[in-house]
Design a protein around this ligand. Structure first.
Ligand code: UGA
Length: 449
């Protein structure tokens, strides 16, 4: 099928690349002409594992193209995937102006009937508004638009894997024809007929993702409800960690046992510095606002958000208590990205932690395997080191802010020898308290006594 993708950010590029790799003809466009020029010259503007190779392979097969002309892209596709940003407004609700702008472009540029697919995360009832906008902007023309909500469940860092191995593909539609066309688009993924860049010798048989057809409002709700629930789960684990600290329990033992109950599940129970990134913090807020716009107080989500914000305070309390005086101390921060395997620092707890340390007069030295280029632009007062051991040298304390495996596997015997004081405050519970104590470290983490 001919598909158009509007918006070449992380969602749009992964969607476009993977659908092209699955056999469709894809044309991508973006309001940022520089980004299109970059893509045309073979440069990938974001870091996402395997994206480069999928784009190259689809490009070589001639199945993916880029244009700065939105009209050209809109006329190309039978289905148009809207992948533009929906950032938070001041009050936490989602800013849908980019979606509105795209609706105007589609309505005025389309010459044949289109399936208009919302991929961006949007609050429930956006599909209804989008349909109304498309009809209004096309001013009674003959072109018919069918709106579909097809939320993405991709995790940064594993987005390509997630696209090819979905747990579920949700399509919210208003008619059977739209559902059939969406099934056609995803058929290669559902039937596992794609070249999987992750398993060169054939994908191991794994359960197929379930193809779920719902109403448009339900599909939109599924996305916000899923992200908010995961965020809630993390905050729950973090409160358990606080309880463990007061009652002398061990949060790792407690959450491990909890997770063995399949009704609970073991994922997203990791206590520590809490959740960041561009999805959970904004989605939870948008969901709270959406609920309040229809007279409901989503107070459990407000509590989850509050608990998450408190993580930074708890962490800094530990640092202050251990160091006594922060001013003038050399502090090594390991990890800048909001989680491992990404260069994304948006709403990353590490950034808040560093800003507070700088305010208190600490000398901050930091290291991150992927995020330093981005961090450099917003943290001018920080000395960045490629090698974590250089960041650690002469430090009065090492703070762990991201769960990179490179940090998990650090040689602490070696690191300790170069430190001014053998103190580690671990915001991701990466190490065994006993092992760190045996190596002579003062070691603080979350929820472990
Ligand atoms: C999240 C969802 O997992 C995806 O399904 C969704 O598609 C995506 O948002 C989105 O809406 O686009 P992502 O933001 O990439 O994906 O990050 P996650 O891997 O979910 O992690 C979120 C945060 O929670 C990270 O800061 C991570 O460090 C933290 N986290 C995660 C914990 O603190 N504890 C845990 O146990 C798990």
């Amino acid at each position: 099928m001919h598909l158009s993708v509007i918006g070449c950010g992380y969602v749009g590029l992964v969607t476009g690349a993977c659908l092209a790799e699955a056999g469709h003809e894809v044309m991508c466009t973006d309001i940022d002409g520089g980004r299109i020029a970059q893509l045309k010259s073979g440069d990938v503007p974001i870091y996402e594992e395997h994206l480069d190779e999928v784009l190259k392979s689809a490009g070589k097969a001639g199945r993916i193209s880029y244009t700065a002309d939105a009209g050209e892209a809109i006329r190309f596709g039978d289905a148009i995937f809207i992948c533009v940003g929906t950032p938070p407004r001041e009050d936490g609700s989602a800013d849908l102006s980019a979606i509105d702008h795209v609706a105007q472009q589609i309505a005025t540029e389309a010459r044949t009937s289109k399936l208009v697919v919302e991929k961006s995360t949007v609050p429930a009832r956006t599909g209804e508004e989008l349909k109304r906008a498309l009809e209004a902007y096309s001013r009674g023309g003959n072109v018919k638009f069918s709106v579909v909500s097809n939320p993405e469940f991709l995790r940064e860092g594993t987005a390509v894997y997630d696209f090819f191995h979905p747990d579920r593909i949700v399509v919210g539609v208003s008619n059977e024809d739209a559902a059939e066309k969406m099934r056609e688009i995803y058929r290669p993924i559902l039937e596992r007929k794609f070249h999987c860049p992750l398993h060169k010798n054939g994908c191991p048989a794994e359960p197929k993702g379930e193809f779920l057809v719902t109403t448009i409002n339900s599909a939109e709700l599924i996305k916000h409800a899923s992200n908010s629930f995961l965020a809630l789960k993390i905050s729950y684990a973090n409160v358990i960690a606080d309880l463990c600290e007061r009652l002398n329990g061990d949060v790792e033992q407690v959450t491990h046992a909890m997770g063995l109950d399949p009704r609970i599940g073991s994922q997203f129970l990791k206590a520590g510095l809490g959740f960041g990134g561009f999805c959970f913090p904004k989605d939870i807020q948008a969901f709270i606002r959406l609920a309040s716009s229809v007279g409901l107080d989503f107070d459990i989500l407000r509590a989850a958000e509050r608990v998450n914000k408190e993580r930074i305070e708890r962490f800094l309390e530990k640092v202050n208590k251990a160091l006594w005086v922060v001013k003038g101390k050399r502090i090594a921060v390991l990890g800048l990205a909001f989680k491992a395997n990404t260069d994304d620092i948006r709403f990353a707890p590490a950034i808040d932690v560093i800003r507070r340390l700088l305010d208190e007069g600490a000398q901050v030295h930091a290291s991150d395997p992927e995020a330093m280029e981005r961090a450099k632009r917003i943290l001018p007062g920080v000395t960045l080191h490629e090698d974590p051991y250089d960041a650690i040298r002469d430090a009065h304390a090492v703070l762990i802010c991201t769960e990179w495996s490179a940090f998990k596997n650090l040689d602490w015997e070696r690191a300790g020898q170069s430190m001014a004081r053998k103190l580690v405050v671990d915001g991701r519970n990466l190490y065994s308290p006993k092992k760190m104590a045996d190596l002579g470290f003062e070691y603080y983490s979350f929820g472990r006594g």
